[in-house]
Design a binder for this molecule. Sequence first.
Ligand code: DHB
Ligand code: FE
Length: 280
Amino acid sequence: MARITAGIGSSHIPLLGVASDFDKTGEDYWRDCFAGYDWTKGWVAQQRPDVVILVYNDHASAFDMRIIPTFAIGCGERFRPADEGWGPRAVPDVIGHPDLAWHIAQCLVLDEFDMTIINEMDVDHGLTVPLSMMFGKPDAWPCRIIPLAVNVVTYPPPTGNRCWLLGEAIARAVESFPEDINVQIWGTGGMSHQLQGPRAGLINKAWDNRFLDDLSADPQRLRRIPHIEYLRETGSEGIEMVMWLIMRGALGPDVRQLHRHYHVPASNTAVGHIVLEKLT
Ligand code: DHB
Ligand code: FE
């Protein structure tokens, strides 16, 4: 039986990818930010997940105003890094797990979550930056990755509660997959940030840290945070954090926080990440 053993939440700021790709991680601006991921890199290497279900959002790379899937699952064999305007990142291709991905797609649709099934797409910084932060710069990513894309770019994004329920359904789907494999689920994006307009650069440390606290202390509160609160308190792009609730919903009621890191500044965004172990 496949099992979800742990979850990670992490920012996906594109500049982190640039710092990694161009070996700038030791520079003053980046040192502390990247050091916060050292523990997690060691832990992931020890855990050796067979598959990561990587919940992320596309930023008008694979999807645009022509097609806006609320929830999409990548069922293909391979996904290439997207060209986001300056050529694709020089990072390995993402190797999918079509058998598990199709199984999850089937279970979710029968469980009344109508997923969009994607067999071909390129993956942008939303997916590749967290891989760099957890795995560094290997020649090939050390596990299979199932991309799970969420629309948080064009209104209306899904509610936090809907994301949580999807996470619970993903956990049920994984548990009914007959192979004995170790699966992690990562939720990416955030934390507080606004990239445009008069409030560009907005960071809300108090709000972000309460969100991180409550992933283990009071996750039920997080399910009920309305869109308008994300917008008001965490800026126009803070809504990316609903994707962390898919990860959290998939871990079940009891988790233990193994590691946590919060750092400002990085580009225009508060960098946060957390590692949660599933207990029951
Ligand atoms: C930045 C952060 C993001 O989440 C993103 O998708 C694009 C840019 C930034 O802080 O620069
Ligand atoms: Fe983003």
